[in-house]
Write a protein that binds this ligand. Structure first.
Ligand SMILES: Cc1cc2nc3c(=O)[nH]c(=O)nc-3n(C[C@H](O)[C@H](O)[C@H](O)COP(=O)(O)OP(=O)(O)OC[C@H]3O[C@@H](n4cnc5c(N)ncnc54)[C@H](O)[C@@H]3O)c2cc1C
Length: 312
């Protein structure tokens, strides 16, 4: 049995959950699939999940803590007899999967790019050593693995399954007394269908006002290169690339981005890549579907105008 721990926003499954199901389907040789929805008021999400998986467990444990998630996932493992657990390798997945692996006495394959079944083993590839190398790992079952977001196509619905409620004994360790979350602006970077990324060639943090304007007209998320993040112009949460986020939108618009290999590692699977750069030899043009050689400060306002007209 393969158990997928499904991320959601309280109302719907997240894209990362559909990707994790996609990953599980690639490993179907290892057994049938089940999912678990953990959180509060999870019934609607569980119903949605049942369109993708034959069995969906529900664990009502309230708000997030790593201990509760590990405990609930472990209850689902015991109930289902799962030998493989798949979760998303986002920030949340990273916090509780090690606890679960310890409880299951399982191998932990983290942040995997690809996985395949080989007898009673799973072989995975992932970045290692500060993402400087790609390595292949093998672990014997039982295995807990996390899938790096945006590395697997999201699964499509497939029939309808049943929902089963789990009883989870809540751990008494850490209690969250208060939670203040960052005010989210706009579209989530990893789930966006269009991403507009600004590079160091924009010249200043103020120039990002125009990047934000284009993103807002297009309903896109804003991304940044590491050079921009290191300069303190934009938050780390917006960094795209090998040491940032991996994105796979329908359209990726790179503005004054050179297109270093480490940046490409996070965006080169985008469906269409559009690049604006004043240097015709910039590496980004090698992977771009559409390129404009020019000064970003002239091209960007024109793009905004064109996007507004299109929208009207
Ligand atoms: C281990 C490691 C991990 C890394 N991880 C990442 C990562 O996750 N993400 C990432 O992005 N980078 C990463 N990097 C850094 C990467 O190597 C590059 O240094 C970085 O991507 C460059 O950012 P940039 O394109 O914004 O800046 P630059 O390389 O400085 O490029 C700026 C570009 O803007 C153009 N330009 C300048 N002025 C204008 C103008 N007026 N109009 C139009 N174009 C203009 C220039 O021609 C140039 O091509 C990593 C590096 C290492 C060693």
């Amino acid at each position: 049995m393969i158990l997928v721990v499904l991320e959601h926003d309280g109302q719907r499954l997240r894209k990362s959950a559909l990707e994790a199901i996609g990953r599980a389907r690639q490993l179907e040789a290892l057994g049938p699939l089940a999912g678990v929805v953990i959180g509060e008021n999870t019934q609607a999400v569980a119903q949605e999940a049942s369109q993708y998986l034959p069995t969906v467990y529900v664990a009502e444990v309230g708000g997030y803590t790593a201990e509760k998630w590990a405990e609930a996932a472990y209850a689902a493992v015991q109930k289902s007899g799962a030998q493989v657990v798949i979760a998303s390798g986002g920030r949340q997945g990273r916090t509780w999967t090690a606890r679960l692996a310890y409880r299951m006495k399982a191998g932990l394959l983290e942040d995997t790019l690809e996985t395949r079944a080989e007898g009673n083993h799973i072989v995975a590839t992932r970045y290692s050593f500060l993402n400087r190398v790609t390595e292949r790992q093998r672990a014997a079952l039982p295995v807990v693995l996390t899938a790096k977001p945006n590395t697997t196509p999201p699964a499509e619905p497939q029939g309808s399954g049943g929902v089963e409620v789990l009883n989870v004994a809540l751990p008494t360790g850490v209690e969250v007394l208060e939670r203040l979350s960052e005010q989210k602006k706009g579209v989530s970077l990893t789930e966006a269908t269009i991403v507009v990324t600004g590079g160091r060639g924009l010249g200043s943090p103020e120039a990002f006002a125009k990047v934000e304007e284009l993103a807002s007209v297009l309903g896109a998320a804003v991304g940044a290169t590491r050079a921009v993040v290191d300069a303190g112009w934009r938050p780390y949460s917006e960094q795209v690339g090998q040491t940032g986020k991996t994105v796979q939108p329908n359209a990726y618009i790179a503005l004054a981005v050179s297109g270093a290999v480490q940046h490409q590692a996070g965006m080169n699977k985008s469906k269409y890549i559009v690049a604006v750069n004043k240097d015709a030899e910039a590496p980004i043009f090698k992977i771009a579907d559409y390129g404009i050689v020019g000064d970003v400060h002239q091209v960007l306002p024109a793009l905004i105008e064109a996007a507004k007209k299109l929208k009207d």
